[in-house]
Design a protein around this ligand. Structure first.
Ligand code: ZN
Length: 155
């Protein structure tokens, strides 16, 4: 990765880590799940409010963890808000591929803007131990969508 690109990635991650977006609970949430990454100690709860058409009307998180996990959760809530659960799952799949290096190159379900944001997050693949920190919020979101209470990176 080019140094200036890496710097940009760090800047975005630091900004979200320092002032996370949607860091609150959703009082009338229709689903929530708890996620834990024992390797790092990251813990969070993701709250979801789905409308009748399975669209994510509101999404938020609370918890504590390293800057990467908090930044990833913050960016995730911005990305999936207003999307259907299927769109959110497709995004997670793509993000997971980016992080693990199994890049299928299938961006058909994503907008260019989404892709750019996911790309920033997937900068963690340069730091393999951080991949679980970055994917934890998405695993937790997935669990909430599927009606499960718990998510772990060790599953
Ligand atoms: Zn972490």
């Amino acid at each position: 990765m080019l140094d200036d690109l890496r710097e940009l990635y760090q800047e975005v991650i630091l900004d979200h880590g320092k002032s996370p977006r949607n860091f609150r609970d959703v009082e009338d949430a229709t689903a929530h799940a708890h996620g834990a990454n024992p390797l790092c100690g990251d813990q969070l709860v993701v709250y979801l409010k789905l409308d009748d058409g399975k669209r994510i009307e509101d999404v938020s998180f609370v918890g504590k963890g390293c800057a990467i996990s908090v930044a990833s959760a913050s960016m995730m809530t911005e990305l999936v808000k207003g999307r259907t659960v299927d769109e959110a799952k497709a995004m997670f799949e793509r993000f997971h591929e980016m992080c693990t290096g199994e890049d299928s190159g299938d961006d058909s379900t994503l907008l260019e803007d989404d892709l750019e944001k996911l790309n920033v997050l997937s900068g963690v693949r340069a730091f393999p131990v951080r991949v679980k920190c970055a994917t934890l919020p998405w695993h937790t979101l997935n669990a909430a969508i599927d009606g499960k209470d718990e998510a772990t990176t060790e599953a």
